[in-house]
Design a protein around this ligand. Structure first.
Ligand code: HEC
Length: 112
């Protein structure tokens, strides 16, 4: 029965390692999502200093994010931003909750 026990310990170790890796991954993952989905409007640094950002009069996320907090950022990413009937930012309703959380967390790291 000894080999069984060490197999089990190995299994637990693997789970612990994977969990630690996925915790670390979420900030990096958030950065990758931001670059892919958000930077074209909000700018790589979140300041909105892009052609699109100027056209859309995007606020500086490095300043605004901290005022919003993570829950509000998450709901903004999911639902987008509307001004009356006008869609200012399209939402990402198909983005997984984990990705929404990761990108919101990343947005909060943009502040100076
Ligand atoms: C098509 C351009 C575009 C894309 C792509 C885009 N946004 Fe936006 N975003 C806007 C506009 C326009 C606004 C509304 C103006 C503002 O509040 O800055 C906005 C507002 C926001 C706000 C609210 C800011 C505030 O002060 O209320 C957050 C947070 C935000 N975006 C995050 C994101 C994230 C995260 C992504 C990527 C998952 C993303 N946006 C993708 C254009 C875009």
């Amino acid at each position: 029965m000894k080999p069984m026990k060490s197999m089990k310990q190995l299994g637990l170790l693997t789970v612990a390692t994977l969990m630690a890796a996925s915790l670390n991954a979420s900030a990096d993952e958030g950065s990758a999502i931001f670059t892919k989905e958000c930077a074209k409007c909000h700018g790589a640094d979140g300041k909105g200093d892009t052609a699109m950002g100027k056209k859309l009069k995007i606020k500086d996320l490095t300043v605004e994010a901290a005022k919003l907090g993570d829950a509000k950022i998450e709901s903004t990413v999911k639902a987008g931003v509307k001004d009356g009937d006008k869609v200012r930012m399209k939402g990402f309703p198909d983005m997984s909750d984990a990705d929404v959380k990761a990108v919101a967390k990343y947005v909060l790291t943009l502040k100076k």
